[in-house]
Ligand binder design. Structure first.
Ligand code: HEM
Length: 517
């Protein structure tokens, strides 16, 4: 058969030339990079990484949220491979201080540029921004969480808590148990919609409200999707294709289009009324460049240029705050209620403190929230046992010395928050719920990097103070009125589904209630 290109001049058949070329390319792309940790002098995990899949097979064996791992069982620094992407896992306290704080300017980004897909709204969200763009937007958004803003927001959180109490009330009369997550989910949905967008969605009465159905789908990532796996394992190769088709594996187009439409309507409305009297994050974002920086002494300062946010920035970060705030608060609150029900002594102590702080008012105002250190300790202990994010990520933006290690530019560093929280060397009886670990004195004895539910350093969770406020107001209102009880269908001890990326019980948390007095 006549070939299109005549290769007869070649001294050997083409296959014999192509084979070694392919072998060299395979070695360069899929084998040589697997020695990077050996070259750095960092141990692996004892099992060899495989070309293309790296050590991802470990995730298939151990799951994605596994409380059996403890930082003491791991080397303080070791290497794994997410597909072909090397990931340096660090739990050494001194190194964490370098990464999160001392050399933060070299670890500003959370993901390598190969995973940074330029598709809106993800690419404009604070969580995904990089370097200068991140600094500027973080500086502009920080005032949204100032004490004065949180003070204004507290009244709205109380209104949502009124609804939560009403929802619980039906279970007092029937003495039946209820699915805690359903109620905290509705509370958190109402609170988040109100505090971010100034919207009243009444999720408990109207669970099919389009806002709610879309919001629920936003975070329902499909880790079985082949495109998601290609994004995780070979992001560098996939990035141009994703961008060409304006596709982001973490985005559901219909969901972001829906929120885009909602935001357009809200922004239009605010143009007409000037946003007067609005105490929500959307208004703060619109006015971002005019706000002062009263964010509390503990908030790490970021030096960036405060600038007016564009319409696209406001939309992207409105959606980003929503996804960052909704499930996180709801999940944490459900675990806190579970442990309070399990331990009546702790519950009584928290209730006494709340009643003293609130006095004879029906609402829990901002000042009362500041007088509840024991309740805060209960929340902190809940977040230790069930951190929402099991790994905190940073990327080295230049070659960086960490103690005796040289971390090469572009390497991703993962901090195993979950394994650190379950480390017996850091926490005595780590599986037990003991709020007393968080007295001022006990906290002073510990490294600040032993407790990482909100990450650490200047790029920690921007919504931390709002989250704590919502949790404390919601829990205080429940405890003031009701006594939480376990029932025959309360599962003890709780088992977590290791295949979910967030802490999720294998069986729903079910509790009962009676009036507190
Ligand atoms: C219990 C509740 C919450 C938990 C456990 C939580 C946890 C986290 C964690 C672990 C991070 C990464 C921090 C790091 O890399 O060091 C983060 C980042 C972030 N969180 Fe939260 N979060 C919560 C609530 C919220 C709320 C209520 C909002 C907004 C209203 C929010 C918005 C964000 C944003 C925008 C970022 C990215 C910050 C940046 O890159 O500068 N989170 N959160």
């Amino acid at each position: 058969m006549a070939s299109i290109i005549n290769l007869e001049f070649l001294p050997v058949p083409l296959t014999w030339i192509l084979l070694p070329v392919l072998a060299v390319l395979f070695y360069l792309y899929a084998v040589h990079p697997l020695f990077v940790f050996k070259r750095m002098g960092v141990p692996g995990i004892g099992l060899p990484p495989l070309p293309i899949i790296g050590t991802a097979y470990l995730t298939l064996l151990g799951g994605v949220y596994n409380t059996q791992y403890s930082a003491s069982d791991m080397a303080p620094a070791f290497g794994v491979f997410n597909g072909m992407m090397p990931l340096l896992i660090l739990s050494d306290a001194e190194m964490l201080k370098e990464v999160f704080v001392k050399q933060f300017h070299k670890f500003v980004n959370r993901q390598p540029d190969t995973q940074d897909i330029n598709v809106k709204p993800q690419s404009l969200q604070l969580f995904n921004l990089r370097e200068e763009a991140w600094r500027n937007v973080r500086t502009s958004l920080t005032p949204a969480f100032s004490s004065s803003k949180l003070k204004q927001i507290t009244a709205g959180v109380n209104i949502c808590a009124d609804q939560l109490l009403e929802n619980i009330s039906s279970f007092v009369a029937t003495k039946e148990s209820f699915d805690v997550r359903e109620l905290t989910g509705a509370f958190s949905m109402d609170t988040t919609a109100r505090t971010i967008f100034g919207l009243e969605v009444h999720s408990q009465q109207d669970p099919q409200h389009p806002f709610i159905t879309h919001a629920r789908r936003a975070l329902d990532f499909n880790f079985r999707s082949p495109l998601m796996w290609l994004y995780i394992t070979i992001p560098g190769i996939m990035k141009p294709f994703f961008e060409m088709f304006n596709y982001h594996p973490l985005n559901k187009r219909d969901v972001s289009d829906f929120f885009d439409g909602v935001m357009d309507q809200l922004l239009e409305l605010r143009k007409t009324d000037g946003g007067k009297g609005r105490a929500d994050l959307l208004q703060v974002m619109i006015d971002a460049h005019k706000e002062s920086d009263d964010t509390g002494a503990e908030a790490p300062k970021v030096v960036g240029k405060k600038q007016p946010l564009t319409r696209d920035d406001v939309v992207a970060n409105g959606i980003g705050f929503f996804s960052g705030g909704f499930d996180t608060v709801s999940i944490t609150m459900s675990f806190a209620l579970y442990h309070l029900a399990l331990d009546p002594e702790i519950q009584d102590r928290a209730r006494e403190e709340i009643i003293e702080a609130v006095g004879n008012k029906a609402e829990v105002d901002y000042d009362a929230v500041q007088k509840m250190p024991y309740l805060e300790m209960c929340v902190m202990e809940t977040l230790r046992l069930y951190p929402i994010v099991s790994f905190i990520m940073r990327v080295a933006n230049e070659d960086t010395e960490l103690k005796s290690l040289t971390v090469p530019k572009g390497m991703v560093v993962g901090v195993p928050a979950l394994a650190i929280h379950y480390d017996p060397a850091r926490w005595d009886q780590p599986r037990k719920f003991i709020p007393e670990r968080f007295t001022k004195e006990e906290r002073g004895k510990r490294s600040q990097f032993d407790w990482l539910p909100f990450g650490a350093g200047p790029r920690n969770c921007i919504g931390m103070r709002l989250a704590l406020l919502e949790l404390k107001v919601g829990l205080a209102r429940v405890l003031m009125k009701y006594r939480l009880l376990t029932g025959p269908d309360t599962v003890v001890p709780l088992k977590l589904n290791k295949w979910k990326s967030f802490p999720t019980p294998t069986e729903p948390i079910r509790l009962r209630v009676e009036m507190a007095n």
